[in-house]
Design a protein. Structure first.
Length: 320
């Protein structure tokens, strides 16, 4: 038996009043987000637990440095009351509560700040803000991108028999879906996957002559890095667009490395999407120009099929 009071009280024992401690509430509302649980249950806790809740809400940043005894003393309640409070949030005990609170605060700070909406002139409309972010991101790309990186990726694509594009999450999956849409028009069998399990399976079917093209803003997604390693193991060529110094950058055979700081204005779309899309378009353009005869014939066929389908012969956004 440990002498640590934070562990001793996290068992189903009676408190000072003889009330049995409740077991951990598995799957409770606070399992993933204790801040939301705290707000949702505020005012509905038992009287003593409410004292803990009120103190915690007013001292969020201080909790991580407290012991269970410290918090009990500040709230003038017993340690078992603190444990009951934690379990009401869906946590197994005080330590679990502290860990989840620290995690929530780390990722939620920018959303809880009073300065979430930056001061901008009245004339700086939403479209001005978005276009400004686009310009800044593309300018960063222009200063960082190395021609050799793009040329290496272009040469792989020109000699591939198929490309599997993959991204996990909203931004990356959208970019890779667009990439597959872009390259099939050039006569290259191109596919897209965004499901992490399917990605592992599809990566295992690739081999020499095939290409796995991965996009990841973080470069640390386990599913993406794992897929690169699987495809490498079976002899496929892996290309990636990601940040330098990441696991994906190290795993891919042909990395295109771009580090674009994300805008601190949380209501604007992530800036890296623009940069990744520009890289995809640049590669598609380079590949199309390098294989102009094949590309023109494929585009002609596509236009002919669409004209036969809808009857319009005027200029159409064929590239899209």
């Amino acid at each position: 038996m440990t002498n640590d009071p934070e562990v001793t009280f996290e068992t189903e024992t009676p408190d000072a009043a003889g009330t049995p401690m409740r077991p951990p509430q598995k799957g409770g509302p606070g399992v993933f987000d204790v801040l939301s649980a705290l707000n949702n249950l505020d005012g509905n806790f038992a009287a003593q637990e409410q004292r803990v809740a009120t103190y915690v809400k007013n001292h969020l940043d201080a909790i991580s440095n407290m012991t269970i005894g410290d918090l009990a003393d500040h709230c003038e309640v017993s340690k078992p009351t603190v444990i009951r409070f934690c379990r009401s949030l869906g946590c197994s005990g005080f330590r679990d509560f502290k860990l989840r609170l620290v995690q929530n605060l780390a990722v939620s700070a920018q959303y809880m700040s009073a300065n979430t909406i930056p001061d901008v002139p009245d004339t700086n409309t939403a479209i001005d803000q978005v276009i400004g972010a686009l310009y800044a991101s593309v300018d960063t790309l222009r200063k960082q991108v190395e021609t050799d990186m793009l040329d290496a990726a272009k040469d792989v694509i020109l000699n591939t028999r198929q490309i599997l594009f993959a991204g996990i999450g909203g931004g990356s999956s959208m970019i890779t879906q667009e990439a597959a849409n872009r390259f099939f028009r050039l006569g290259i069998p191109s596919f897209h996957v965004s499901d992490s399990y399917l990605l592992q399976m599809r990566a295992a079917t690739l081999g020499p002559g095939a290409t796995l093209f991965l996009v990841s803003a973080s470069g640390e997604a386990d599913a993406i890095v794992g897929a690169a390693e699987i495809a490498n193991g079976y002899g496929a060529t892996t290309i990636c667009i990601t940040k330098p110094g990441t696991r994906l950058a190290a795993a891919a055979k042909v990395p295109v490395l771009i580090d674009v700081p994300e805008d601190r204005a949380i209501f604007k779309p992530t800036a890296s999407r623009y940069v990744h899309l520009v890289v995809i378009d640049a590669l598609a353009t380079a590949v199309a120009q390098e294989s102009a005869d094949t590309t023109k014939e494929n585009l002609r066929r596509i236009r002919a099929s669409l004209t036969a389908y809808h009857g319009r012969t005027g200029p159409q956004p064929l590239g899209d």
